[in-house]
Ligand binder design. Structure first.
Ligand code: MN
Length: 291
């Protein structure tokens, strides 16, 4: 395949690293081992509109085989990016899909879905990410929406420096992503940098942004970001973007979005604006009105 070579847009004042975050080992669903990189609480407010980032990766089926049986969501969107493996999704809105190597599933829970995410492999590596993106208050009770993108359907380009870029959401160097969202304007890039390469991305100053290094080692504004670290990028009013450099072969996620600035009240798989709305979600789940 002949991919277009894209000349990166120059950045005059790159963002610096505000701090590095180490993920927390945990398990979820029916015992899937994962690393919660973006946890709740204070990080959730700092990285508004992003609520959670889980990284999973194992070649031991015991770590993933049970998957995530039926469970509900309301009030936000889940974006699952599967680097390796096969996962079957089914939900109460009648959607079904198989998520495979390099594919993305974008699900808007809106007023509610009950879904399952179950591996369709008994051995081998399963590796990927699930990012939770908040919905603005006015959209939290919207109709559920769902779309699967196979790897070949995701917008993709290579820069002059040889950086391989998959544009899951937003826009990078003139290439539009698979999904755009007006309220939160999410940018979600997967970058594969060869040794010695650098990548520049324009970012709106007010948008919150982070980089997660899942392979190799990155350098941002002189700061080393080791593997399995999330670098929160400072919202310097002068800054117009970010420059990611790699001295060895490196793979990172670059994520940014417009903060909603609304109250966040989370109870497990429900993310609303008020405690009252959480009580309503629990009552709706109990009475079978959630989906
Ligand atoms: Mn789920």
């Amino acid at each position: 395949m002949n991919l277009p070579k894209v000349q990166s847009i120059p950045i005059r004042w790159p963002r610096t690293v505000e701090r590095l975050v180490v993920g927390r080992e945990t398990s979820d669903g029916a015992g899937v081992r994962l690393t919660r990189v973006l946890t709740g609480g204070e990080l959730q407010r700092r990285l508004d509109p992003f609520l959670m980032l889980d990284a999973f990766g194992s070649d031991d089926p015991d770590d993933y085989i049970a998957g995530f049986p039926d469970h509900p969501h309301r009030g936000f969107e889940t974006i699952t990016y599967m680097l390796a493996g096969r996962m079957r999704h089914r939900d109460s809105a009648g959607h079904e899909g198989l998520l495979e190597n390099g594919g993305v599933q974008w699900m808007t829970a809106g007023r509610g879905v009950i879904h399952s995410e179950i591996p369709e492999q008994e051995d081998g590596v399963m590796e990927g990410f699930q990012l939770w993106l908040n919905l603005p208050a006015r959209d939290k009770m919207c109709a559920p929406w769902y779309c699967d993108f196979a790897a070949a359907e995701l917008p993709h380009f290579v820069t002059a420096a040889g950086v391989d870029v998959t544009v899951i959401a937003g826009e990078s160097n003139g290439v539009k992503g698979a999904v755009t969202r007006a309220a939160t304007a999410p940018l979600y890039l997967d970058l594969h940098l060869p040794a010695g390469a650098s990548f520049t991305q324009a970012l709106v100053t007010e948008h919150n942004a982070f980089v997660y290094v899942y392979s190799g080692m990155a350098k941002i504004a002189g700061e080393i970001v080791p593997m399995q670290r999330m670098a929160i990028l400072a919202n310097d009013p002068k800054a117009d973007g970010v420059i990611v450099e790699a001295s060895e072969e490196t793979r990172v996620l670059l994520v940014a979005g417009r903060p909603l600035g609304e109250p966040i009240v989370q109870y497990g798989p429900f993310v609303m604006n008020t405690q009252q709305e959480i009580h309503q979600a629990l009552a709706d789940q109990r009475d079978g009105r959630l989906a």
